[in-house]
Design a protein around this ligand. Structure first.
Ligand code: GTP
Ligand code: MG
Length: 358
């Protein structure tokens, strides 16, 4: 028996984790068994903590994207099959990753077809940040985002609650001009628009028929190397502390140091004995993404901080460390353990790179 595997790609901050957790909740409520796979270049992931906090069996592929860690992806997927026998595994590749048709979908289709049925490749595009103008087209980050759209079989135009109807039509045309074969689904996690159409694709028998699209690995590597990648983990004790205030202070202080368009995504997840809270910063939008229990943290606290910013890793580390220390100081927390890691993603070196799927 094969297990259905759904890949939900798209650039950093486009809304992948939000969509995956929403879809997983709705599909679980309708009786499907769902497991998730998170992916990152580093460790200590906000997304994993968020998914596990929502009650989903979640495995991780760490220290590299699915394409470069393909054997780890297979181990994770097989581990989930052995453990919970899911009807569906939904996997979120790193947002700065592309060429998934050649490096993940094609190997799954040709080498693992007895175990996994791969859904059509779904790619999210943040409609509030999408730009089809020339500057974007010539920028190296724009090159990566364009390739993600070109290889998609379904383009989910996310966050359409933030733009006008006229702008939605313009963006559908812009996406179609990049990829005429893709189905475009305008979607909002806030209003629920498009969600039914997405669920129908995820939970169907449709399998990927996509083909790899040429990509220049030098430009792709340069685009990834533009980013500083920060993952930090803190632990401390409090008698009572406002989680939102701490998380929003940290994100606001990070925002003060960068041009909004350079902030691909910064996120904070806090977990204590009494609650859990997640907040995100994309561009200049600060949002509360989820909370369980009270607004106030009590007892032992774990704080995960992830930042993906156009920045040198050294500067990013200094900025985030200062933001965290300043925020904690202002909240009266002086005693904490702090471990972190900051780097620029290395050149992608995929396990497989197939020309076409069989
Ligand atoms: N307005 C609006 N905000 C959204 C929508 N979907 C997601 N967001 C917000 O966008 C931010 C990023 O969402 P995530 O789901 O974490 O994005 P992601 O693509 O998983 O990001 P990475 O894991 O960093 O690549 C969060 O603050 C979400 O609340 C949407 O449809 N509308
Ligand atoms: Mg995510």
């Amino acid at each position: 028996m094969t297990t259905r595997l759904v890949l939900v790609g798209g650039f950093l901050g486009a809304g992948k984790t939000t969509l995956i957790n929403k879809a997983a909740r709705l599909l679980s409520d309708s009786g499907r068994s769902i497991a998730l796979i998170a992916n990152d270049q580093g460790e200590a992931l906000v997304d994993t903590q968020f998914a596990r906090g929502n009650g989903f069996e979640t495995s991780e592929v760490l220290r590299g994207c699915f394409c470069c860690r393909f054997p780890d992806l297979m181990n994770s997927a097989r581990g989930l099959v052995g453990k919970v026998r899911p009807d569906l595994i939904i996997a979120e590749p790193v947002g700065s990753c592309t060429d998934l048709q050649a490096t993940v979908v094609a190997p799954l289709r040709s080498l693992y077809r007895d175990e996994f049925a791969v859904a059509p490749l779904m790619v999210l595009v943040d409609s509030s940040r999408f730009s089809s103008d020339e500057i974007e087209a010539r920028s190296i980050g724009g090159y990566l985002r364009k390739h993600q759209v070109e290889e998609a079989e379904y383009v989910v135009l996310s966050k359409v609650d933030m733009i006008s109807k006229a702008r939605i039509s313009e963006l559908i045309d812009a996406v179609r001009s990049l990829n005429p074969a893709a189905t475009v689904i305008p979607y909002s996690a806030i209003t629920g628009q498009g969600l039914d159409d997405i669920l129908k694709v995820m939970d169907s028998d449709l399998t990927s028929k996509g083909s790899p699209v040429d990509v220049d690995y030098d430009t792709y590597a340069d685009a990834e190397a533009e980013l500083g990648w920060y993952n930090g983990l803190l632990s401390f004790r409090v008698s009572r502390m406002d989680s939102y205030e701490l998380a929003s202070k940290i994100l606001r202080y990070i925002a003060e140091s960068y041009d909004p368009q350079d902030i691909a995504h910064a996120k904070v997840m806090l977990r204590s004995n009494t609650n859990a809270a997640k907040m995100s910063l994309t561009f200049s939008n600060l949002t509360v993404d989820g909370v369980r229990g009270s607004r106030y943290a009590e007892g032992d606290v774990e704080l995960f901080v992830n930042g993906r910013v156009v920045s040198s890793p050294e500067t990013l580390r200094t900025v985030i460390q200062q933001a965290v220390r300043r925020a904690l100081g202002e909240m009266g927390v002086e005693d904490y353990e702090f471990t972190d890691d900051c780097f620029s993603p290395g050149r992608p070196n995929p396990t497989y790179r197939m020309k076409a799927s069989s």
